[in-house]
Write a protein that binds this ligand. Structure first.
Ligand SMILES: Cc1ncc(COP(=O)(O)O)c(C=O)c1O
Length: 494
C-alpha cells in the first residue's frame, strides 16, 4: 500500500472503504452476540453520529481552550454519578473506554498508596473473574497482581479468599458488577466491608453492568447493592459505549471525592512547550465520542432506557430458558442481567462457535480458566429480542453438529501434552512453529499480515489446552505477525 500521488475522488474513497469492510460482522440486526451493542432503534445511531461529527474536530486536550468539552464532560459525569448512587462529592472523568477507566483507577490507587505509605512495589488483589484490564493496569503501572479463586459454583468473588489475600502492600481490591465472563455480580457489600476495615481502596468495575443494572432492578430483577450507596466503595468504572448504547470511545471513571481523583490527574510544566494538563491517558483527543454520548443520553432519556432494558431482560430470560432445553448445554452460574455463558461437557463449545458462524451468527468462545470451564458467551442487547428464537434454533442445531464431531486419540494426546509445556523453555522459533501448525503463521512474502482462518475451533482447542502464560506468549507472537504494513499494490500488467 502506498499513498496515491493525487487524491482519490470522494466516491472512490467510500467505495474502497465499503470493500474493506465487506467481510466484517454485522453490527446491527442482532446476529452478533459480542463486541457490539444495538439498541434496535436506528434513530439513536443517527443522533449519536450527527453529534459525533459536529464535535469531531474539537480537541479535549485543554479544557480551558474548548469550554464546550468541559461543559459536556461535567454533564455526562453528573448523569453517570447520579445513576450510580453518587452524591455532591462524587467526581469523575470521561474516558475512551472500560480499559482506560479501570487503568486510571488503578493508577490513582497506586499513587495514593505511595503518598501515604512511601514508594515501593504495591499489590492489586483481583478475583479470577476481574477483567483483564486490571492485569493490564498491573503490567503497565508495575503492581504485583494477586489473583484469588472465585466460588466454583456461583462464580462470584470469594470474600474470605479476598480478605486473606490483602496485606500491608495492597493498594487496591477490585469487585465486579457484574463480571464479564459469567455475568454475575460479586458480593460488593461484603467486599467493601472487608476493604474498609483494612483501609484499602475498593474499586467496583461496573463497566459492563453499571448502566443496565439499575434499570434491571426497576424491572423487578433482584440486584444486590453495588454502587456508591455502599459505604467503602472508593471508585467505579462504567462504560457508556456498552448498555447506554453510545458510540465507542465512551466510559466514565468515578471517585467518591475529588481528593481521591487528584491521584489520577497529570500535569507537566517541566518542558519547553505548552503546559500539559491531562485528566486521562490521552492528551489530544476528539470530543466526538463525548458529544455523541451526551446526545445519546439526552435523546434516549430515562423512559427510553427503561424500555430498552425491558426488551433486553426479556431476551435474556428467553435465552436462558432456551439453553436449558438444549441437550448438553448448561448455563454457568445465575446471571441477573444480559451476559450468559454456557458450557457443554460432552462436546466442544469451540465447534459450536464455528457452527454458529456458518449459520450467520457470532457468539464468543471463552477458554477454560481455573474453575471456569470452556464456554460460549452471549452478550444480549435490545435487538437480540427480535432474533433470539431463530438464534436458539440454530444453537440447538450447532450443538447437534458439534456432538457428531469425533475427536481422535492423537488429538487428545496432543492437547494433553500441551498443558505440560513450560513457557520459559520456548524460543521465538518455537512460537512461529506453533503458529504455522495452527494455520496462522507464514506470511507469504508479499507483505501484509497472516491470514485469518475461517475455522477457529482447533485453534481455540489448542489455546484452551495451554497454560495461560503460554497462551499469552503465543497470542503476542500472533499479534506481532498479524499487524504488518500492507504490501504495495502490484504494478498493472503490460
Ligand atoms: C467488566 C468489564 N470491565 C472492563 C471491560 C473493558 O472495557 P473496554 O473493552 O471498553 O476497554 C469490559 C469489557 O467488556 C468489561 O466487561
Amino acid at each position: 500500500m502506498t499513498l496515491p500521488t493525487s487524491g482519490l475522488p470522494r466516491e472512490d474513497v467510500f467505495a474502497r472503504l465499503a470493500d474493506i469492510r465487506a467481510h466484517d460482522l454485522d453490527t446491527r440486526g442482532g446476529r452478533t452476540w459480542a463486541y457490539v451493542y444495538d439498541s434496535g432503534r436506528a434513530e439513536v445511531d443517527e443522533v449519536a453520529g450527527q453529534a459525533y461529527l459536529a464535535f469531531l474536530h474539537e480537541n479535549g486536550l485543554d479544557p480551558t481552550v474548548f469550554p464546550s468539552v468541559l461543559h459536556l464532560e461535567n454533564d455526562v459525569v453528573a448523569i453517570a454519578a447520579a445513576h450510580l448512587g453518587g452524591d455532591e462529592h462524587t467526581v469523575g472523568s470521561f474516558t475512551s473506554g472500560g480499559t482506560e477507566s479501570c487503568m486510571l483507577a488503578v493508577k490513582a490507587a497506586r499513587d495514593r498508596f505511595r503518598e501515604r505509605h512511601g514508594a515501593g512495589r504495591t499489590r492489586i488483589v483481583l478475583p479470577d473473574t476481574a477483567h483483564a484490564a486490571f492485569s493490564k493496569a498491573a503490567h503497565y503501572f508495575d503492581l504485583e497482581e494477586v489473583r484469588v479463586p472465585v466460588d466454583p459454583v456461583t462464580f462470584r468473588a470469594d470474600v474470605d479468599a479476598v480478605a486473606g489475600a490483602i496485606d500491608a502492600r495492597t493498594a487496591i481490591v477490585v469487585g465486579s458488577a457484574p463480571q464479564y465472563a459469567h455475568g454475575v455480580v460479586d458480593p460488593i457489600e461484603e467486599l467493601a466491608s472487608v476493604t474498609a476495615q483494612r483501609d484499602v481502596w475498593f474499586h467496583v468495575d461496573a463497566c459492563i453492568g453499571g448502566w443496565l443494572l439499575p434499570y434491571a432492578r426497576r424491572l423487578g430483577v433482584e440486584v444486590p447493592a453495588f454502587d456508591f450507596t455502599v459505604p467503602g466503595v472508593t471508585s467505579m468504572s462504567m462504560d457508556l459505549h456498552k448498555y447506554a448504547y453510545c458510540p465507542k470511545g465512551a466510559s466514565v471513571v468515578l471517585y467518591r471525592d475529588a481528593e481521591l481523583r487528584r491521584h489520577q490527574l497529570y500535569a507537566c510544566a517541566d518542558w519547553s512547550g505548552y503546559t500539559v494538563i491531562n485528566t486521562t491517558m490521552q492528551s489530544t483527543k476528539s470530543a466526538g465520542p463525548l458529544a455523541a454520548a451526551w446526545a445519546t443520553l439526552h435523546f434516549v432519556g430515562d423512559d427510553g432506557y427503561l424500555d430498552i432494558a425491558r426488551r433486553t431482560q426479556q431476551a435474556t430470560r428467553r435465552l436462558v430458558d432456551g439453553i436449558a432445553v438444549i441437550d448438553g448445554l448448561e448455563v454457568l452460574g445465575d446471571p441477573p442481567m444480559s451476559l450468559v455463558a454456557a458450557q457443554a461437557p460432552d462436546f466442544s463449545v469451540f465447534e459450536v462457535v464455528d457452527e454458529m458462524k456458518r449459520r450467520g451468527w457470532y457468539v464468543q468462545p471463552q477458554l477454560a480458566h481455573r474453575g471456569s470451564p470452556a464456554n460460549v458467551h452471549f452478550s444480549v442487547t435490545a435487538s437480540s429480542a427480535d432474533v433470539v428464537d431463530a438464534m436458539l434454533d440454530d444453537l440447538a442445531a450447532s450443538c447437534e453438529a458439534a456432538r457428531r464431531i469425533e475427536v481422535g486419540d492423537d488429538t487428545r494426546q496432543f492437547l494433553a501434552a500441551l498443558s505440560g509445556l513450560d513457557p520459559d523453555a520456548f524460543t521465538p522459533e518455537m512460537y512461529a512453529g506453533m503458529l504455522q501448525a495452527a494455520g496462522l503463521g507464514g506470511r507469504d512474502g508479499s507483505g501484509g499480515g497472516v491470514g485469518l482462518p475461517e475455522d477457529m475451533a482447533s485453534i481455540n482447542a489448542m489455546l484452551n489446552a495451554l497454560p495461560p502464560a503460554l497462551r499469552e506468549k503465543l497470542l503476542v507472537a500472533f499479534l506481532n505477525e498479524l499487524f504488518r504494513p500492507a504490501a504495495p499494490a502490484p504494478a498493472p500488467a503490460g
